[in-house]
Write a protein that binds this ligand. Structure first.
Ligand code: ZN
Length: 134
């Protein structure tokens, strides 16, 4: 079971420029910038109450974010749901026929274990599950 929307991921071409836009828009500053080498992205996080906004810029042309922007342009890339037990959720969703894209949870940005669910099973929305690393 999902606990809440943890964050919404937004693909951007220029994270420095987007940081300024979102700082103005939200009235808060980014509280964390982090490179996720394995995903080829640079990220920036904003608190918006109980949820967050994650900006993502590709750091290499093979990155999923680079491909997304090439195809669709900038915009909402994924919705991340917080879960208590990511392995149990991955198993539950696989059994229901969802296309869970990772065999094992992997280390994502912002101190999280994450996995992704292919948008073809979720009405076109790329879904991330994430569990806080304690
Ligand atoms: Zn995310």
């Amino acid at each position: 079971m999902v606990e809440k929307i943890e964050h919404i991921g937004i693909a951007v071409k220029d994270i420095e420029a987007a940081n300024t836009v979102y700082e103005n828009l939200l009235g808060v500053s980014s509280y964390k910038m982090e490179n996720v080498e394995s995903e080829g992205v640079s990220t920036s996080f904003f608190r918006t109450g109980d949820s967050k906004i994650e900006l993502l810029e590709a750091t290499n042309p093979q990155s999923a974010i680079a491909k997304f922007i090439e195809k669709k342009g900038e915009g909402i890339h994924h919705i991340a749901f917080a879960v208590n037990d990511i392995k149990a959720e991955m198993k539950r969703l696989s059994e229901l026929g969802f296309n869970v894209l990772n065999k094992e949870p992997k280390k994502g940005a912002d101190n999280k274990l994450v996995c992704f669910i292919h948008p073809k099973n979720t009405n076109g929305v790329l879904v991330e599950l994430c569990q806080e690393i304690k």
